[in-house]
Every structure is written in C-alpha cells, then in structure tokens.
Write a protein that binds this ligand. Structure first.
Ligand code: 0X9
Ligand code: ZN
Ligand code: ZN
Length: 305
C-alpha cells in the first residue's frame, strides 16, 4: 500500500495519482503527457485553484534518474502538503490561488520500475536500439542544451550516455514538448535529484555565468537557509559546472535557455553516507526541510511575476 514515509513502487504511485486526483477535484487535475518507452503513461499533476484564465505556473519533476528514490518521494510529499495546507498555510493558499504547480512525480518511470525489480543502481532510461546491446540513455544528458559537448558520453554503454540525438528519449521529448507548449505560463522549473545536498542553477554545459547569475544565487541561498532552519542540514548553492561538474544536456540548462529564468536542480540528502540508499526513516525529515526551500523559491517567483 502507498505511504508517504516509504519508497513506493511505480504501481503504488500510479494508484496514488488516481486516488489523490479524484479525491481533490477542486485543487488537482491530471493529464497524460505521453507514454514512456515501455508504454507507461506519464501522468502530470496540476495543483492550483481552478481559474477561467491561464495562471502562471511552476513546473517540478522528480525521478529523472531511476535510483534516486528520495526524489519521487519528495514530489509525492509536496502534493500531499500542498493539498493539506491549502486554506491553512497562508503562503500555500496564496501560491495556489495565484499560480499552478505542475508536478511530474516520476519522470523516468521505466527506469524507476527497473530499480525495484532488477537493478537498484540503474540510472538511465530503458530504451533499446538495434546495433547496441546496451540499454538506455541518461535522461539528464539528452536535452538540447550544449548536447553531448562536455560531461556526457557518446558510448551507449555509459551511465552518462547522451542518447543518439537530443530528445531521443521519449520521456525527455514528452516533457520538453509540454514545457514548450506552456512556455509563456511557466515561470520556474524545479528538478529534484539526489544526492549531495546542493541547489544548482545554470549553467552546467559551460563555466560561463548566466545572465541572471546573481539573482539565481541570491534565491538559492535564501532557499538553502530556509531548508537549514529546520534541522541544520547544509546545502551548497551555485552554478552546476563550478559546483558539481560540467555536464551538458541537462534539463535545467535547457529550461533556462528556453526562457524559464528560475531554473533549479536540487540534489537532496545525503552527502554520501547512504547515498542513493537513503533510509526510509529520512524521508520525512528530508521532505519537510525541502518543502521550505521549494516554498521559498515559489514565494520569490510569485512576488516577481
Ligand atoms: O549529473 C546529473 O545529472 C546531476 N547529478 S546526479 O548525481 N543526480 O546525476 C546534476 C545535474 C546538474 N545539472 C546539469 N548537469 N545540467
Ligand atoms: Zn540525478
Ligand atoms: Zn508537513
């Protein structure tokens, strides 16, 4: 059965998506933005008070990398908290009145399922191509942003394989198409990974600073301070290339270059003790502290619409 304090399987998450959206029709709706390589529906949740006109929006995805289980756990937590604090928490109420938050609970569903059934350390998608015996591409090297120029591999057997072309991975194409279609409404892009306790922003495909570097850094530092205020967890903020490593073809750089100024990558707990195998006992504290950072970014975006 589904629980917010355990790592749910894809089937449990799928049932949760259906039940949470049907039990909160006034605040949440779902839409399929396409299917994965193996044919699973990519359900995108839209959270916000219904409006007759298009509202400005924040897009957040979790689970780009299959083995980073705390990430989908956070997206589920976020949806629960949004619904249960609307009408109680003044910030959440104001946010959902004025904006919509799109949440993709699991981006790389095929990979996530594979980590539950076959290989806990799988990272990539599960696509196949004749001519290679190796499966999958890195869905965070497959975006059209300096694609495959640095920190990515053209070897299909590598864990950072950039794919055969930008958006060769259908999951990437489905999300990129959705964001392109809703580009004028989407004011912020948040993607959730693990681990390392970092809050990254563009660029990762170059060491050059983005045009909005100082503002993006200021917001990241505010968000990190908010996160730390709960349990003292320390995050480092900075542009991807200099803070973690240069790596092209990532979703954050792509969204930013499309025009979504507030583009952030979270790397959640921990710093390596458990790594991808973060114990379930840390789901609740990790999600509670991360909520503060995401709400900080959302409040800033809302104030600057
Ligand atoms: O390498 C990645 O894709 C991310 N780290 S992870 O350990 N979760 O794989 C960092 C992504 C930073 N952003 C870009 N490289 N664009
Ligand atoms: Zn990742
Ligand atoms: Zn809470």
């Amino acid at each position: 059965a589904h629980s917010y304090t355990k790592y749910n399987t894809w089937n449990e998450i799928q049932d949760w998506i259906a039940s949470i959206s049907s039990s909160n029709p006034n605040l949440i709706s779902k839409q399929v933005i396409g299917n994965t390589y193996e044919g699973r529906p990519m359900n995108l949740l839209k959270i916000g008070k219904k409006s007759s006109s298009t509202k400005p929006a924040i897009f957040m995805d979790c689970g780009i990398h299959a083995r980073e289980w705390i990430s989908p756990a956070f997206c589920q937590w976020f949806v629960k908290e949004a619904l249960s604090t609307y009408g109680k928490d003044s910030q959440m109420t104001s946010l959902l009145n004025q904006m919509d938050v799109y949440v993709l609970p699991v981006f790389n569903i095929d990979g996530y399922d594979y980590t539950h059934k076959s290989n806990r350390m799988w990272r990539k998608t599960r696509s196949r191509r004749s001519g290679s015996g190796c499966v999958g591409a890195d869905p965070n090297r497959n975006w059209n942003a300096g694609w495959c120029t640095i920190g990515a591999s053209s070897n299909p057997c590598s864990d950072t394989f950039c794919g055969y072309t930008p958006e060769s991975e259908i999951e990437v194409k489905n999300v990129a198409d959705f964001i392109r279609r809703n580009k004028s409404a989407i004011k912020a892009y948040i993607t959730v990974h693990s681990y390392s306790q970092l809050l990254l922003f563009p660029y990762s495909y170059t060491y050059e600073l983005s045009a909005h570097h100082s503002e993006l850094l200021k917001v990241a530092e505010g968000a990190s301070a908010a996160l730390r205020s709960l349990y003292g967890t320390r995050y480092t903020s900075g542009p991807g290339a200099a803070t973690i490593y240069p790596a092209a073809g990532g979703s954050d750089d792509w969204a930013y270059d499309l025009g979504v100024k507030y583009s952030y990558t979270f790397e959640l707990r921990d710093t390596g003790r458990y790594g991808f195998l973060l114990p379930e006992s840390q789901i609740k504290p990790t999600c509670e502290e991360t909520m503060l950072a995401v709400k900080y970014i959302a409040a800033y975006v809302q104030k600057n619409l």
